[in-house]
Design a protein around this ligand. Structure first.
Ligand SMILES: [Zn+2]
Length: 51
């Protein structure tokens, strides 16, 4: 069984968020304020792209 890879932003507008409580990751081009899994706090872990 292939190991699922972490979601990654597919375009420049998408940001990667990680839940500080359960570690779930979600990509969105809109601001994410709550974990879709546990409704915990999320932090934006996207790295700014090098210009
Ligand atoms: Zn969570």
């Amino acid at each position: 069984m292939p190991i699922p890879s972490d979601p990654a932003p597919q375009d420049a507008d998408e940001q990667l968020y990680e839940c500080v409580d359960c570690g779930a990751r979600v990509c969105s081009d809109e601001r994410v304020t709550a974990c879709p899994e546990c409704e915990g706090r999320v932090q934006n872990i996207s790295r700014p792209r090098p210009e």
